[in-house]
Design a protein around this ligand. Sequence first.
Ligand code: GDP
Length: 363
Amino acid sequence: MKTVLVGVGQAGGKLTTALASFDEQMGFNAVRDALAVNTASADFQSIPLETLLIGQDQVNGHGVGGDNELGAKIMQDDLHQVMSALSSRISAETEAIFVVSGLGGGTGSGGAPVLASRLTEVYDIPVYGLGVLPGSNEGSLYQINAGRSLKTLAREADALLLIDNDAWKDSGESMSEGYAAINKNIARRVGILLGAGESPECVAESVVDSSEIINTLRSGGIASLGYASTPAAEDAAENINVITSTTRNAMLTGGSLPGATKADSALVIIAGESERISRKGVEKARKWVETETESMQVRGGDFPIESNRLASLILLGGVERSERIQRFMTRAEQAATEAAEVEKEAPDDPKETFQNDDLDGLF
Ligand code: GDP
């Protein structure tokens, strides 16, 4: 799918970089252009993409902290700059725009919904959000920010592909050391999705194309992505079970929103060498996904790539009824209620708060 990426905020910029470099490394050429937008100039140091600093009048390149309302305001104020930087990148061949951000922070959390809203007004092509949910060990501000941002972005974008930061981390890593690994995992999985349909071998009828991704996301709301891969036998006939069991793993243990299985629509993509892909296996896998998602709208197809493995990628559209989302929203709402109570209990005089503080001084 010929895509233009806009990363907003720190996580947005880093993920956009990871996606663009995976696409280049694989030679998919699905990522046609990319831009990183931020209010913090220091975050650009590790970003080899075109960058655009916004909010200079308000925050002078220092970022917005965790203030996503300020993030939203700055994006609104500087929208014309961002839109004009994007207008030269979005062309007649662009099939989709992805606005990429961490939903728990400030710049991306607040800015992404504002930008997505404007982009959907101006362009006829789909505008998708790619949003990262804070891990469960992150503080309540992140959860509240993400809850508010997620609601708004899901409404403003044509669909919001959500990735839980707990989902694709490699075991044993702390959050901060783990970002690079998580970003790599996201880039591989989302990168294969974008690459589907861009394959030069795109001749067989069974090969997935961009319109199937767009149709799967057409119902809007929240989407998720599942992924698993397994070594494959040389012969397609021996890979029927490989395909069905890899698809089960992609859905049940490899999802970007763990536990989200009920969906309005789905697309099952089997990536690997054409000679190794069993048609019967793909059809069985598609049928299994139909039962599991309780959706009658399940598409299936191949993505021919050179590999001695077979991968199953499952895009689910309309997963907001899933328990995972409900649990996250409850967590965000609880955090918001607790924060409001703390504020209510706090005495009006800040001096009193300081004196009452249970925290011991250093001396
Ligand atoms: P912003 O710059 O104000 O938009 O804030 P951030 O992009 O730093 O957003 C903070 C949220 O994004 C937190 O929930 C972090 O866990 C998450 N985050 C920050 N950096 C990364 C990253 O490189 N990868 C991933 N997956 N998440 C990140």
